[in-house]
Write a protein that binds this ligand. Sequence first.
Ligand SMILES: [Fe+2]
Length: 189
Amino acid sequence: MNVITIKQESIMEIKDAKVFHDYLNGVIEGEDVKKSTKLYADAKTFYSSVDPSISDDQIMYEVYSYEHDGLCYGLTVMQPVCVNGECNVTRGHFHENLDCDEIYCGMGGEGLLLLMDEDYHCHAEKVKCGSVHYIDGHLAHRLVNTGNCELKVQCMWPSHAGHDYKRVEEHPFAVRVFKKNGELKVEEE
Ligand SMILES: [Fe+2]
């Protein structure tokens, strides 16, 4: 292993990064990093039915985000929880500014990136460690955790993209993914 020791710091300033993405533990830490937690109590409308066996304080997913000068960097960590057999999903959104694209990158676990065009037709891409997904700004997007462990997905988007959740509530994703006897089943609503 090559070890490079930098001795001449007086020639130029060398700083530590202000933000650190801990890939192994699935957290982003540092200055100005925001973290939000979505509990089941606040996510019941995301699924096709309410599951009384899941407690309201069950964490469904956490989102870390770091914004600087017009660019955002984020991480979504989704729990492998099924709601009456339906795989865990994020809320999903269109961007308020449809000209703003986004990149997702799988960091761990297995899932689907569900995409819906402006005619409300859906398609999906498989998400796994290392998969890179370019999301056109005109597509609504939602993650589905289809695996048995946390699904971790890194995201990068322009700050002014915004989140239009209302449009997805008015025109929900037409497909849902269920896990039955260990097998995935996609159902149309
Ligand atoms: Fe987005």
